[in-house]
Design a protein around this ligand. Structure first.
Ligand code: PHB
Length: 399
């Protein structure tokens, strides 16, 4: 016997229950606006998807505002980074330059905090759903799905938000004539590992060598996260632990750093791409986070951008819903993209300054070293990097 279709109505339906979707429902709940989140992934699957690990101060503040203060206990404040090139390390001191810091707090922990907070606050979040589709986006949008118990649902909403990641079905629902897409592809990827080892350095090391780029990041006292530039077609099975440590050490040791090694417990190849779709609105559907834009991982802006998007979106949805002012939704794209394009530039710039490529000439390599020397050797250069890394203020509504 098939169970009947469950129909319901809610002000905001959110496709996606990753950090962007859950932070949005949290922010809406705080101003008394009800929503529902759905996700095709299980909670466990999302918890085990390793992504970047750096939060801007503004992202930390969003967590502290009613989600959880665990970031203050389990996260680590980093007041700078090391840039390795030309045989030595160059510290960029964020605190001294711009009075701000970044926090090492992995995306998986951000997700856990948000999922726990939604559960604590009685939020309606459905994981492991199937058959997701969206419809009537120019009118009163509909979100359809089958829940984990096999019950089919049809949720009608005033607004639908696509916070469903880089393979977003919501983004794909926007007709081609109604949107513009901007792409940039890179001729390399990152090989990412988790290793059982103590930290190699108190702060993150971004290291450029003629053999390519490497990033030495961290997770805990006993687990470290590291990356090195690789071919986008690289196969993780071709990389033994010895080969991985060899690739990493030849990229960081010439710059004066020593790696603490140990068993590699996880390996993945991360794609590299810059992408923006605009506008971030189609009728009564709004896109947020990776659904609307992706950045390469250099500089760890992806999660921070997603959280900044939903902060702006929650403000504009509140105005649209409570004040019945629809121009609020038009402002969303403009306000969100202001930051997105700055982050696109920063991620592209960090990437191109630190990575080598197959066809690089000796000239290209020397020029790159010249750029790094200029950035680290001038107060302006260091300040630009520090300001972008620690994050910009969110554009004001009336800006
Ligand atoms: C990470 O720890 O995963 C990480 C940190 C900084 C980045 C990218 C990734 O720029």
């Amino acid at each position: 016997m098939t169970t009947p279709l469950q129909t319901s109505r809610v002000p905001v339906a959110i496709v996606g229950a990753g950090p962007a979707g859950l932070m949005l429902s949290h922010l809406l709940a705080r101003v008394g606006i009800e929503s529902i989140n759905i996700d095709i992934r299980s909670r466990k699957e999302i918890e085990e998807t390793h992504r970047a690990g750096i939060l801007e101060q503004g992202s930390v503040d969003m967590l502290l505002d009613g989600v959880s203060d665990r970031v203050l206990r389990d996260g680590h404040r980093h007041d700078g980074i090391e840039l390795g090139f030309g045989g030595e390390g160059h510290r960029i001191n964020f605190r001294e330059l711009v009075g701000a810091s970044a926090y090492l707090y992995p995306q998986t922990d951000v997700f856990i905090d948000l999922a726990d907070a939604r559960e604590r606050d009685g939020g309606d979040v459905r994981f492991s759903v199937t058959d997701v589709s969206v419809d009537d986006l120019l009118g009163s949008p509909v979100m359809r799905f089958t829940d984990a118990d096999g019950v089919a649902h049809e949720v009608r909403a005033d607004y639908l938000v696509g916070a469903d990641g880089s393979r977003s079905i919501c983004r794909q629902a926007v007709p081609e004539a109604e949107r513009t897409q901007y792409f940039h592809e890179y001729p390399f990827a990152w090989f990412g590992i988790l290793a059982e080892a103590p930290p190699s350095s108190p702060e993150l090391i971004y290291s450029r060598s003629d053999d390519g780029f490497a990033l030495i990041s961290q997770r805990t006292e006993t687990i470290q996260r590291m990356y090195f530039q690789c071919d986008p077609k690289a196969n993780v099975d071709d990389y033994s632990d010895d080969r991985i440590w060899d690739e990493l050490s030849k990229r960081v040791e010439p710059n004066g750093f020593t790696l603490k090694t140990g068993p590699v417990v996880q390996k993945t190849v991360l794609p590299f791409r810059s992408f923006v779709q605009t506008p971030m609105r189609y009728g009564n559907m709004l896109l947020a986070g990776d659904a609307a834009h992706t950045v390469p991982p250099t500089g760890a802006k992806g999660l921070n951008l997603a959280l900044a998007d939903v902060k702006v979106l929650a403000e504009e949805l509140e105005i649209a819903i409570k004040g019945k002012d629809l121009s609020a939704l038009d402002r969303y794209t403009e306000r969100a993209l202001d930051r997105v394009w700055k982050a696109q530039h920063f991620s592209y710039w960090m990437t191109s300054m630190l990575h080598t490529h197959e066809n690089a000439t000796v000239f290209d390599n020397r020029r790159q070293l010249g750029e790094l020397a200029m950035v680290t050797g001038s107060e302006h250069g260091r300040r630009y990097l520090a300001e972008a890394y620690t994050g910009w203020p969110i554009a004001r509504k009336d800006a």
